[in-house]
Design a protein. Sequence first.
Length: 174
Amino acid sequence: MVWLSDLSATLQEFMELGGDVLWAIMLVLLLMWTFILERMWYFKMVHPKRVREIIAAWDARVDTTSWHARQIREAMISEASGDLSRHLLMIKTLIALCPLLGLLGTVTGMLNVFDIMAITGTGNARAMASGVSKATVPTMAGMVAALSGVYFGSRFEYWHSTETEKLEDYLQHH
């Protein structure tokens, strides 16, 4: 349990080093990864079962060629596509928000530097270094947080389009 208290102390030091904006970045990061994990679970566990149900329902139909049957097929595909794309826009928005929060941290950190310079002049390097760290750490944290989600955001978009196309192809040819 010693490692847990060391980890907690290290995290606390890091959060103090970067200022209050790091808490917002951490909240956005946790929310983003909650959605990412939910989508991973959906694509790997739920969607294959859903596709089997749709295919079974389509194969059980007697009429698959009439106008009405085509409309039912389109509705099935549309519903599956909507389920696949759920939360993707939220994930992409949270990814885009992380660097913006990092930029906010940069601005607030630089404001601290300017305040220190106004009060103490340019001779207090230690106080200025604290403000510079509060300016650079959130920038780095925002970029790392965004980069951690970029791969999954694009992968989910790809899976959404390919899985929808596969379902369309199967239902059209059977």
